[in-house]
Design a protein around this ligand. Structure first.
Ligand SMILES: C[S@@+](CC[C@H](N)C(=O)[O-])C[C@H]1O[C@@H](n2cnc3c(N)ncnc32)[C@H](O)[C@@H]1O
Length: 220
């Protein structure tokens, strides 16, 4: 993979197949991202990946003004493509949480985040104070992990966002059909931790394939 180029759609799709292979545990997924980090931006560019641009545009709708004061936690930050798009919209106060050290190193090289938090979203507690952020963004968290996000993970996202703030997640649309994810989304809604504002379709999430964005508002 080191000497390979990923400039055509078909090369980009091969790259996506490699990083989304089914049956890998989380450790192996993170290892895979460590291995491909230097090729990630090129490969995702070749499939016209819309996740980062979509989330930045929605956050901009939610904050028509005062964006320099909006503090954002970008979860599964990868190489920082979301931060690049957030900055274009005037959001300059962004932290990144990402478990792959090599992906995070790419983001650091480009000086994209204030705080770089090398951590997972899962059953763990983040090293972040309650109510720190106005928004969480999560673009394309590895799909097998996304489909099984536990209640604890969603609680952590909600815990670090101030009441009234937002959690935006984007993935392929079929990922949102996951029974576990639906049940866990409802769990937080039933307990009054957040409410679903909108599920918004993305016509081309990656080249020709539809995605979906969930927009939640944190209530407490
Ligand atoms: C397809 S990349 C998306 C990166 C970035 N958000 C973007 O839109 O370009 C998926 C990222 O999820 C990260 N990841 C995998 N398991 C994770 C977990 N449990 N918690 C947080 N991030 C995870 C991977 O290391 C990888 O950087």
């Amino acid at each position: 993979m080191a000497g390979t180029t990923y400039t055509t759609v078909s090369e980009g799709n091969q790259f996506l197949d490699h990083i989304t292979e089914k049956g890998l545990d989380n450790e192996s997924i993170i290892q895979r991202f460590n291995e491909v980090s230097s090729k990630y931006n090129e490969a995702l560019g070749s499939v016209n990946f819309m996740g980062p641009r979509t989330l930045a545009a929605i956050l901009a709708e939610l904050h028509p003004s005062g964006r320099e004061n909006v503090r954002v936690l970008d979860v599964a930050a990868g190489t920082g493509l979301v931060a690049v798009e957030l900055r274009k919209k005037g959001f300059v106060n962004n932290d990144g949480l990402e478990p792959s050290e090599q992906m995070l190193a790419e983001a650091k090289r480009n000086n994209l985040y204030g705080r770089y938090i090398c951590d997972l979203v899962g059953e763990n507690t983040f090293d972040i104070e309650n109510d720190t952020y106005s928004a969480v963004t999560m673009s394309a968290l590895s799909i097998e992990i996304f489909k099984k996000l536990p209640v604890k993970a969603l609680e952590e996202l909600a815990r670090v966002v101030k009441p009234g703030g937002h959690i935006l997640m984007v993935q392929y649309d079929y990922a949102f059909d996951s029974k576990v994810l639906k049940a866990n989304f409802s769990n937080l809604e039933d307990r009054g931790l957040w409410k679903l504002i909108e599920l918004r379709p993305v016509s081309d999430f990656t080249h020709g394939k539809p995605g979906l964005v969930s927009i939640h508002q944190v209530l407490m």
